[in-house]
Design a protein around this ligand. Structure first.
Ligand code: NAD
Length: 475
């Protein structure tokens, strides 16, 4: 396949121009660099109809056949890895090395899903009776991804949805549609027509999709506010739901850590992907015994970071991914300054045109400040001093989110014991977001609903179907 700059919807195995066109902005320049198709409601209707038509045949294929197609798609992704990564960097902003890791992740997630099989549970197998529960596919899945990891978060949904026998309509964010549209293009000829449809569009497309009567399940990753709207629109037709939503992850640095060896990991946990990670450390609680040393080491990391275009190999932190998020963060910085918070570094806004923000570290702001209480989703980290472990657990567990939480400890066992007291779906000790396609990942509270990855994530794309047979007919 020629990997050109012509971007099309994939509907029923055909490439379509879409009814309208929308500009895609390069966040490193603030200027449009490509056009994506803008699907209207009729385009969406045809995508859903194509998925519905493809579903029975795909579901009827032997599992091994579906798995083989996913492995072939993973190979096609790898075969176009450089082109996909470059496109991702252009539209999303992340450094090319990070974009390459995301593309590798997409292929790895597809392969891992292909290796998973849905179990059958036999409850009774006696001369009198046979009773089993099988899992059957749900039907047509609406997969909706955000702009921070367009390909990886699509992969979390596509792999298990497809291997379980569902058809999919995938919708990327309007800010980052391009690499996902190319994924749809790559899938043509590998997946039967209509099994994977990719539609891009404006702000109306998401609600059209989640309200659509032809959709059986919505798998959504995005903000908590949008997640609530998605859940409401699912109610009318009782669509099944998986929601992976926002987070305001705390991390606790214990008194006995080795600061010099820890610093770069702490920095990456908060500033990787310019802080635009659902599972980034967004509040860093540091024991008073090491607070000054941690702050100074993080400031040194921030000063060594190279902020620039993701296409420049020297860059370690790319631009903020879109103007809306950039303006939110610029306003948050201004608010922190107006509130008198002390910036240990950063807090300046370079002149445009790109959406660049150097990493900022805020030195011990009040616990009730907005930068501590809300999800910033950008390269601004509040550092918070503590000296009492009971009190810091209460601070870390406060707030509505329950996504991830991390303990950094010199004594890993003491870290594990402290971590057991944290309220979150994912708790790590001495490592940050070690995600795997084989390990369940769930947000609790306002961070989500359901599970992605692992066997539990796969089962979310199935329905339980129990059948029993009385072996001796009555009479
Ligand atoms: P967003 O909620 O604005 O958008 C996410 C997706 O939903 C986009 O494709 C968007 O077009 C679509 N959408 C918007 N309104 C919709 C509606 N009413 N109905 C249906 N779809 C709609 O989120 P974002 O700004 O793209 O992403 C950032 C947020 O995502 C952050 O809060 C972050 O924490 C969260 N996130 C969570 C996870 C996780 O796994 N928990 C992972 C990544 C990002």
């Amino acid at each position: 396949m020629r990997f050109d700059a012509d971007f099309r919807l994939t509907i029923g195995g055909a490439l379509e121009p879409g009814t309208g066109r929308m500009a895609v902005i390069d966040p490193a320049t603030g200027a449009p660099f490509a056009e994506a198709p803008e699907a209207d409601l009729r385009d969406l209707d045809r995508a859903v109809a194509a998925a519905r038509a493809a579903f029975p045949g795909w579901a009827a294929l032997p599992h091994g056949e579906r798995a083989a197609r996913l492995v072939a798609l993973a190979a096609a992704v790898e075969g176009h890895g450089d082109a996909l990564a470059t496109l991702l960097t252009r539209e999303q902003g992340k450094p090319l090395a990070e974009a390459r890791r995301e593309v590798t992740g997409l292929a790895a997630w597809l392969r891992a899903a292909a290796g998973m099989e849905v179990p059958v549970t036999v409850h009774e197998d006696t001369p009198a009776r046979y009773c089993e529960t099988r899992r059957v596919p749900i039907g047509v899945i609406a997969a909706i991804a955000p702009w921070n990891y367009p390909l990886l978060l699509a992969a979390f949904k596509l792999g298990p949805a497809l291997v379980a026998g569902n058809a999919v309509v995938l919708k990327p964010s309007p800010f980052t549609p391009l690499a996902t549209l190319k994924l749809g293009e790559l899938a043509r000829g590998i997946l039967p027509p209509g099994v994977l449809n990719v539609v891009s569009g404006g702000d109306a497309l998401g609600p059209w999709l989640t309200e659509h009567p032809g959709i059986d399940k919505i798998a959504f990753t995005g903000s908590t506010a949008t997640g609530r709207r998605v859940m409401a629109s699912a109610a009318a037709t009782l669509k099944r739901l998986t929601l992976e939503l926002g987070g305001n992850d705390p991390a606790i640095v214990m008194h006995d850590v080795d600061v010099p060896t820890l610093a770069s990991e702490l920095f990456r946990a908060s500033f990787g992907n310019a802080g635009q990670v659902c599972l980034a450390t967004k509040r860093l609680y540091v024991h008073a015994a090491v607070y000054d040393a941690v702050r100074d080491a993080l400031v040194a990391c921030a000063e060594a970071a190279v902020v620039g275009s993701g296409l420049d190999p020297a860059t370690t932190i790319g631009p903020i991914s879109n103007r809306i998020q950039y303006e939110r963060l610029v306003e948050l910085i201004a608010e922190c300054r107006a509130a008198g918070h002390r910036f240990a570094c950063g807090g300046t806004v370079p002149p445009g045109p790109g959406y660049f923000l150097p990493p900022a570290i805020i030195d011990n702001p009040p616990e009730d400040s907005r930068i501590v209480q809300e999800e910033q989703f950008g390269p601004i980290l509040p550092l918070l001093r503590f000296d009492d472990y009971d009190a810091v657990i209460a601070r870390a567990n406060a707030g509505p989110y329950r996504l991830g939480a991390t303990i950094w400890a010199g004594d890993a066992e003491a870290g594990r014991a402290l971590g057991a007291r944290l309220a979150a779906g994912n708790v790590w000790v001495n490592e940050s977001r070690p995600l795997s396609p084989l390990v369940p990942f769930a947000g609790h509270g306002q961070s989500g609903f359901g599970v992605e990855n692992g066997l539990e994530g796969l089962l979310e794309y199935t329905l339980a179907r129990t059948s029993s047979v009385r072996r001796h007919p009555p009479g």
